[in-house]
Write a protein that binds this ligand. Sequence first.
Ligand SMILES: O=P(O)(O)OP(=O)(O)OP(=O)(O)OC[C@H]1O[C@@H](n2cnc3c(O)ncnc32)[C@H](O)[C@@H]1O
Ligand SMILES: [Mg+2]
Length: 173
Amino acid sequence: MLVAIGTKNKAKIQAVKVACNRAELQETIDFVTYDVASLVSAQPFSDEETCLGAINRAQAALKKGNATIGIGLEGGVKWQGKQLYLCNWAALATKDQVFTAAGAQIPLPLDITQQLLMGVELGPIMDAYAQQEDVRQHAGAIGIFTDGLIDRSEMFEHTVLMLLGQYRYNLKQ
Ligand SMILES: O=P(O)(O)OP(=O)(O)OP(=O)(O)OC[C@H]1O[C@@H](n2cnc3c(O)ncnc32)[C@H](O)[C@@H]1O
Ligand SMILES: [Mg+2]
């Protein structure tokens, strides 16, 4: 089976590969990756927008790849009262269905929130904050703020498993 992934981000690709192999959907699973448009803001600011970005990526990847399933992962931020949280969404598209799952959410520090409100994307903010290159492709904000206990790939792996589980359950109905 062919799985089309709607990103070139290393942490996201790794998450999809590990989860697909763990879910044992089929004996042979091939992967193809595409840099597709999320069709939402570069920095989504709500659960709705972040989820829509994941769905758009999954559907775009599916179309490009002539694959069995397309997977899209999107990171964003959302308000919970007066506190800004990191949020993460994942979507799996087949030619006639879409499955979604929400990932981890943790509060963001005030100085990070202030920069986001000024219009800076979380990617560059995290690089400056952690004094590391390309945090978004490695630990991610989740890795930095959990002191390395859960990195971005591991976090998305869990979310992708929730997609694959729903897909597998649906096949059995
Ligand atoms: O190449 P793509 O697939 O677009 O991956 P990305 O790292 O840009 O991730 P998203 O577009 O899903 O995330 C939207 C923005 O939020 C940033 N972001 C989201 N989650 C992050 C995280 O855990 N660590 C660092 N930056 C993050 C990201 O760099 C973007 O600026
Ligand atoms: Mg992006």
